[in-house]
Design a protein around this ligand. Sequence first.
Ligand code: PLP
Length: 359
Amino acid sequence: MSETPELHVDTILVSAGRPAAEPGAAVNPPVVLSSTFVADGPVNYARVGNPTWHAFEEAVGRLEGGRALVHASGMGAISAALSVVPAGGTVVVPDTTYNGTGDLLRAFEEAGGRVRRLPATDTAGFVAALDGAALVWLESPTNPLMEVIDLTTVLGAARARGVVSVVDNTLPTPLGCQPLRLGADVVVHSATKYLAGHSDVLLGVTVTADDERGRGLGERLHRARTLGGAIAGPMEVYLGLRGLRTLALRLERASANAAELARRLHGHPAVERVRFPGSGAMLSIDVVGGAEAAERVCAATRVWVHSTSLGGVESQLERRRRHPSEAATVPANLVRLSVGIEHVEDLWADLDRALGAAL
Ligand SMILES: *Cc1c(COP(=O)(O)O)cnc(C)c1O
């Protein structure tokens, strides 16, 4: 495509990945439903590549500033990224991460890998733990404690030691943070969340630097996807791109709602603590009265949807420790709120009334 690089991110979201603007051309990329392609073209078999994937990959790659690959889910992307660790290698990771990542790292340990877990805010500890490690895994803010990691320092230290760095950028989205520009080697997303944005599709993405800094990681991740074989369907990827078009608008509303709700929740009699990183559309609250009170609050909402997951247009809430795999560092009374794009007064009225169930 011939778009100029100085386009604003809102414009890239809307325009990237469209077919060339020729008379009569479709404005949207076609959903290509073919498992195989006539020989000697750019793509030969749909486990390796597909034109619908390429449109989505071009868009996400431009947003993150690298080469994007779409995977069947966020966990597919995370599995591909972890596959670059050699047998018996060491991974450095915050002691609280997305719980699927935590489960995968426990399986990695069972298979002989080593994991060093540190509090997310212990920057000096992270830097010290990098010696001899193969890979450092970061997410900021962490899910669901909403702790902020000093990415610039840890990524710089990883680069200086030749340790591969991976950032799960699902929560900030490329609008809030572009880790490749801060020195990360690999970015992963659960595109199921904000990128697709409508709770109707599972997708993942990996992104690597395309220059010499990429250290061949893009090729290794492509091979992991092709040989792992758990690829995304073209229809799902089309929906992901369709959702991506409105990311800036969705986040603008959802973030404004989240900031207002965080402000009002401070000092609420049913709330012990508000965990809001100061930007984005996610926050967590520690509910007065323990786990049972927190469950009563979740069950009492009518506008907020009581469900797992995040990043959709609809507001969602959940007590995270109801999942046995959630980290023990997460308080039992913590409720995670994924703020959607509804009217803030409706969200507040519903939440304020539901919080009454805790008291
Ligand atoms: C949901 C999530 C994942 C996993 O993504 P799936 O699409 O569900 O496989 C990974 N990381 C974070 C931060 C998530 O929220």
